[in-house]
Design a protein around this ligand. Structure first.
Ligand code: NAD
Length: 274
């Protein structure tokens, strides 16, 4: 297992390539047990959000674990109705208190809320300058949102976390981010399991003696995409981590990407952000 394998963000911060997503995990027992088992498996990167309502459970699990804080990479996100300049400082402190941390590794603007996200970003820049967060970034930003953000930004986002799986490869957004050295993180990397039956995934799973989920996650890594699959089951957490011992060919990577049909699971950023 090489769950400690990292990539470097443009400000020099190291982020583990594979993390555990905790969306829809229940506050309390479920999220605490999921994180305990993930840490035991070797995960060192946890992706939560104030919207998920489970930051306290994430914090409890971190506190109870004997993994040193400096080995962990913890991300949370500011929700839509928390955005705004002053509001961001309050939201940040609320999240830190729930998580029981004094510093965050990555803080993301969850969605590009029109008329708000630039004020939110100014506050995030301040939090970053004050050393309260190791890296700041955005989520669900398309090139036009990033253009708008960067017109006045002092700090370029280090990360853009977007919906990314074989049926939604967001080439334009990824090209833009590559050009600006903004790392891409895949949310719903497994497409919540909707695509495991695709013939190319089944075929490659057979060839490499892996599962379709592992083929998809390996495809993320080949493209330099950080990935945060969610599972509260230890067996699946292990499976999702066991992706470092094989390589797909360029042709196979292209064949998986050819499944793209602009098939979103989540909302379109312009609808959510309006
Ligand atoms: P996902 O693609 O990670 O799929 C999760 C589902 O797949 C779960 O039901 C799980 O039981 C199942 N699964 C996991 N591993 C499996 C395996 N090996 N075999 C078979 N089934 C498996 O979906 P997700 O939870 O939506 O996305 C992952 C994370 O991304 C979230 O937990 C959250 O942290 C983040 N996220 C961010 C945003 C955003 O707007 N920034 C939106 C959604 C999710």
């Amino acid at each position: 297992m090489t769950l400690t394998q990292t990539t470097t963000l443009h400000n020099g911060v190291q982020i583990p390539l594979v993390g555990l997503g905790v969306y829809k995990m229940q506050e309390g027992g479920e999220v605490e047990e999921a994180i305990q088992s993930a840490l035991d498996v070797g995960y060192r990167h946890i992706d939560t959000a104030s919207f998920y309502g489970n930051e306290e459970g994430v914090g409890t699990a971190i506190k109870q674990s004997d993994v040193p804080r400096e080995e962990l990479f913890v991300t949370t996100k500011i929700w839509n109705d928390e955005q705004g300049y002053d509001e961001t400082f309050e939201a940040f402190q609320r999240s830190l208190d729930k998580l029981g941390l004094d510093k965050l590794d990555l803080y993301l603007v969850h969605w590009p809320i029109k008329g708000k996200f630039k004020d939110t970003w100014r506050a995030m820049e301040q939090l970053y300058h004050e050393g309260k967060v190791g890296a700041i970034g955005v989520s669900n930003f398309m090139p036009h949102h990033l253009d708008e953000l960067m017109k006045d930004a002092e700090v370029k986002p280090m990360v853009n976390q977007i919906e990314f799986h074989p049926e939604l490869i967001q080439q334009e957004t990824r090209d833009y981010c590559k050009k600006h050295d903004i790392a891409i993180e895949a949310w719903s990397p497994l497409g919540r399991g909707h695509y495991f039956d695709a013939p190319i995934l089944k075929q490659l799973a057979e060839k490499y003696n892996k599962t379709p989920a592992q083929i998809i996650l390996r495809w993320d890594l080949h493209q330099g995409v950080i990935t945060i699959p969610k599972s509260s089951k230890r067996k699946r957490q292990e499976e999702n981590a066991d992706i470092f011992d094989f390589k797909l060919t360029d042709d196979e990577i292209d064949k998986i990407s050819a499944l793209d049909n602009n098939g979103r699971i989540g909302p379109h950023p312009d609808e959510m952000g309006a």
